[in-house]
Design a protein around this ligand. Structure first.
Ligand SMILES: Cc1cc2nc3c(=O)[nH]c(=O)nc-3n(C[C@H](O)[C@H](O)[C@H](O)COP(=O)(O)OP(=O)(O)OC[C@H]3O[C@@H](n4cnc5c(N)ncnc54)[C@H](O)[C@@H]3O)c2cc1C
Length: 387
C-alpha cells in the first residue's frame, strides 16, 4: 500500500500545519481558562480552506475523502498541540456532516450547504447518562406526530454543545427496541424544549464544552430525519469517521509528545551532557517513534481502504483507534517522565498534552469495547452477547 501523498494532499497538509502552528501560542490560555475564542478559531480554519474537506463538491465541499480528512486533522493536532483546532473540520466534514450523506435530499438540502460552508457547525449527540458503550440501549425517543417527531431524552458529553447549533442526534424511533429502533435526527439548539447544560469539567480537551442536551417534548419536522429506524449498521458507517478523527488525534498528539521530548532531551543536561546522550533516553525516543510509525500505517490503511474513499471500514479503523488509544497515553507519559520534575508542571506543554491524551482514551468508544469488536472479527464463532 503506497501512502505517498499527492501534490494536492501535500498542499492540504501544509495549510493545516501552518494554521496549527499559528494557533500554538494560544492553546495554553484556552486550556488554563477552559475558554476559547471558538468563532475566531473557526474563521481561521475557514480562511485556510479547511472546511468540508471530505464533503462532495455539490454541497460546496472539497470532494476529498477519508485520507484528506486524516491528513488535515493529524497536522492540526500535531502542530497546534491542541485538540481544538480540528473541531471546525470535524463539524463541517466529520461524522455528523457525513451522516447527512446517507439521508434524503430534503435534509441534505436544508442543512448541508450551510454546514459545509461553515455557517453552522454540527455536533454529534449519541451518548446518554446510562448508554455510552451500550449505545444500542439508548432511551431518547422520537415518536411520530403528524409531520413531526416529538423527542424526549437526555444526551451527555456533547462536544461543542455551547458553540454549534446543530446536533446529529441518535434517537429511538417509536419505541422499537434494540439497534433496529435507532436512527438519527437533526436537533437545532434553538428549538423549543432543548436545554443545553454545562456538563462536566474535564482535565483535558478544554476550551469548549462537552455539555448535556436535555430534550423535553421537542417537535422536530419529519424532514430532519437523517436516517430512520432499521439502518443502524449504515448509520455507524458514517460514525466510523469519528474513529478516524480519533486516529488523527493519537497520531498528532503522539508526535506532539515526541516533539516536546525530542527538544527537551537535547536541551536538558545532567552529569554534564544532554540527557539524550544517555542510552536509555536515546532508546526511549526510538521506541516512541517506531510506535508512531506503526500507528501511522494502521491509521493510513484505515483511510486508504475506506468505502467509496469516504467511510472507513469498521475493522481497520477500530484496530487503528485501539492501537492509538493504547500507545498514545504511554508515549505522552514517557515524554513527561523525560522532562523530569518539570514535566508535570504547568510551565511545560507536555502535561497538557498528556491530560488531553488521558481525556481521549474512551472518547468515541472505550478500548474494551473496541477489543470486543476486534476479537469478534477474529473469532466469529465465539461471538457472545455483551449485554
Ligand atoms: C472528551 C470526550 C468527548 C466526548 N464527546 C462526545 C460527543 O461529542 N458526543 C457523544 O455522543 N459522546 C461523546 N463522548 C462520550 C463517549 O463516546 C463515551 O464516554 C464512551 O462511548 C463511553 O461511554 P461511557 O462514558 O458511558 O462509559 P461506559 O459505557 O460506562 O464504560 C465504562 C467502562 O466500562 C467498560 N465496559 C463497558 N461496556 C463494556 C463491554 N461491552 N465490554 C467490556 N467492557 C465494557 C469499559 O472498561 C469502559 O471503559 C465523549 C467522551 C469524552 C471523554
Amino acid at each position: 500500500m503506497d501512502f505517498t501523498l499527492t501534490p494536492a494532499q501535500q498542499d492540504l497538509q501544509q495549510r493545516a500545519e501552518a494554521v496549527g502552528r499559528s494557533l500554538a501560542e494560544e492553546v495554553r490560555q484556552w486550556d488554563e481558562s477552559d475558554d476559547a475564542p471558538y468563532a475566531e478559531i473557526f474563521q481561521r480554519l475557514g480562511a485556510a480552506g479547511l472546511f468540508g474537506v471530505c464533503m462532495p463538491t455539490e454541497f460546496g465541499g472539497q470532494g476529498g475523502g477519508a485520507m484528506e480528512y486524516l491528513i488535515v486533522v493529524e497536522a492540526l493536532f500535531r502542530y497546534s498541540q491542541s485538540w481544538l483546532p480540528p473541531e471546525p473540520v470535524f463539524c463541517t466534514s466529520g461524522p455528523g456532516p457525513s451522516m447527512f450523506l446517507l439521508g434524503d435530499d430534503a435534509v441534505k438540502d436544508k442543512y448541508l450547504h450551510d454546514i459545509v460552508a461553515g455557517k453552522r457547525g454540527c455536533n454529534i449527540a449519541l451518548t446518554e447518562p446510562d448508554a455510552g458503550s451500550a449505545l444500542t440501549h439508548l432511551s431518547t425517543t422520537a415518536v411520530r406526530d403528524g409531520d413531526s417527531y416529538i423527542l424526549n431524552g437526555y444526551k451527555s458529553f456533547v462536544t461543542g454543545s455551547n458553540v454549534n447549533d446543530l446536533n446529529a442526534t441518535f434517537v429511538r424511533f417509536d419505541d422499537i427496541p434494540g439497534a433496529k429502533g435507532i436512527g438519527a435526527v437533526v436537533v437545532e439548539t434553538s428549538m423549543p424544549g432543548v436545554e443545553i447544560r454545562r456538563g462536566p469539567v474535564y482535565i483535558g480537551d478544554r476550551g469548549i464544552h462537552h455539555g448535556d442536551m436535555v430534550l423535553t417534548d421537542v417537535r422536530v419536522p419529519a424532514e430532519n430525519v437523517i436516517v430512520g429506524p432499521g439502518q443502524f449498521a449504515r448509520l455507524m458507517t458514517a460514525f466510523n469517521l469519528e474513529r478516524l478523527h480519533n486516529c488523527g488525534f493519537w497520531l498528532g498528539f503522539s508526535q506532539a509528545a515526541y516533539d516536546e521530548a525530542s527538544a527537551y532531551t537535547q536541551r536538558r543536561e545532567a552529569f554534564g551532557k544532554p540527557i539524550i546522550d544517555f542510552q536509555s533516553v536515546y532508546h526511549s525516543m526510538a521506541d516512541m517513534w517506531v510506535q508512531i510509525e506503526a500507528l501511522r500505517l494502521l491509521a493510513y490503511r484505515a483511510a486508504a481502504t475506506a468505502i467509496d474513499g469516504r467511510f472507513p471500514r469498521l475493522a481497520e479503523v477500530t484496530q487503528a483507534k485501539l492501537f492509538g488509544a493504547t500507545i498514545g497515553p504511554q508515549i505522552s507519559l514517557k515524554a513527561m517522565e523525560l522532562h523530569g520534575g518539570y514535566g508535570p508542571t504547568t510551565d511545560f506543554a507536555i502535561q497538557r498534552i498528556h491530560r488531553d491524551c488521558v481525556t481521549n482514551v474512551v472518547a468515541g468508544g472505550a478500548p474494551a469495547v473496541l477489543r470486543n469488536g476486534v476479537a469478534a472479527g477474529l473469532f466469529p464463532h465465539r461471538k457472545f452477547s455483551q449485554a
